[in-house]
Design a protein around this ligand. Structure first.
Ligand SMILES: Cc1cc2nc3c(=O)[nH]c(=O)nc-3n(C[C@H](O)[C@H](O)[C@H](O)COP(=O)(O)O)c2cc1C
Ligand code: SF4
Ligand code: SF4
Length: 258
């Protein structure tokens, strides 16, 4: 079996579930872990070429059937050298759209050798009543089986071209037209939300304001706020919630491809 000295984790994870999946995978392999968090401002300038001794694990959430635009752009700056790679898209029990295909194609173009890939399900970061608390134990058991299969594949060193569902051209980028509200009476002006925002949508000097034009509704500021002072509200959010509860409450399962 090919052995690795390093494990590179690359992820974008505003509400932290994609990060959890990536960590679960990485922790089942031996090697020094290095981390590339595409949410951080500093990741804008990362341009990285991995050496052959690195196993790469990539996790991206699905936004409106695609990879989130900002993190997709950042991911194109990572280049492989035929590195064995595990590629995961993580979604909120609604639709995968073309994101799984998009991630696989992007990584292949950048010389990553995908040995296993899949779409996992986690709590919906906007409509948190959907898939609440997932990934749960059932999800993790399925994930661990997949990791074992990836290990077997690495042992056998028999690599194949993996086919995944999705269409080209990919569905068009759609902005989710929601912007978090800040409850000024709860805000303690800690500025966590400002530093968590990947789009620069919250002004440095006034965390109670948010630019709807810049905001991608990613939810990072909501999950970063220690006072629960940020949340989605309003008519559009309520009608989206009703629609999602009607259409996407039935449990879906993760799917993996080797
Ligand atoms: C802007 C936005 C768009 C989303 N679009 C989808 C979608 O198309 N299909 C889906 O099932 N879930 C969708 N979700 C839910 C996320 O994919 C899901 O909650 C994922 O677990 C978030 O990952 P994170 O915890 O790493 O942020 C969307 C979430 C956001 C914030
Ligand atoms: S303001 Fe919008 S883009 Fe910025 S972290 Fe909050 S939800 Fe994401
Ligand atoms: S993270 Fe919450 S409490 Fe801190 S500045 Fe932002 S809104 Fe206020």
């Amino acid at each position: 079996m090919k052995t690795f000295t390093k494990i590179a984790k690359i992820y974008f994870s505003p509400s932290n579930t994609t990060r959890k999946i990536v960590d679960e995978i990485a922790n089942k392999f031996e090697g020094t872990q290095e981390e590339y968090n595409l949410l951080s401002k500093s990741s804008e300038n990362i341009s990285k070429e991995f050496d052959k001794n690195t196993l790469v694990i990539v996790g991206m959430p699905i936004f409106a059937g695609r990879l989130p635009k900002t993190s997709r752009d950042k991911l194109t700056n990572f280049k492989g050298e035929n590195n064995p790679t595990i590629a995961i898209v993580n979604y909120g029990n609604a639709n995968i759209g073309d994101a799984l295909l998009e991630l696989n194609e992007l990584l292949k173009e950048n010389e990553f050798n995908i040995i296993g890939t899949g779409a996992t399900i986690s709590q919906h970061s906007i409509i948190t009543d959907i898939a609440t608390g997932r990934p749960d134990n059932k999800d993790l058991d399925k994930l661990y089986k997949f990791i074992e299969q990836c290990k077997d594949k690495l042992k056998s060193e028999k690599f194949n071209n993996i086919t995944v569902p999705g269409n080209k051209p990919y569905c068009e980028y759609k902005k989710v037209p929601l912007t978090p509200t800040c409850d000024e009476s709860s805000c303690i002006f800690c500025y966590e939300c400002v530093s968590s925002c990947p789009e620069g949508a919250i002004p440095d000097m006034d965390p109670t304001e948010t630019s709807p034009d810049l905001c991608s509704a990613c939810t990072a500021c909501i999950f970063a706020c220690p006072e629960d002072a940020r949340y989605f509200t309003g008519e559009l959010f309520e009608s989206m919630k009703t629609k999602f509860l009607n259409n996407f409450s039935k449990r879906k399962e993760s799917e993996f491809y080797l």
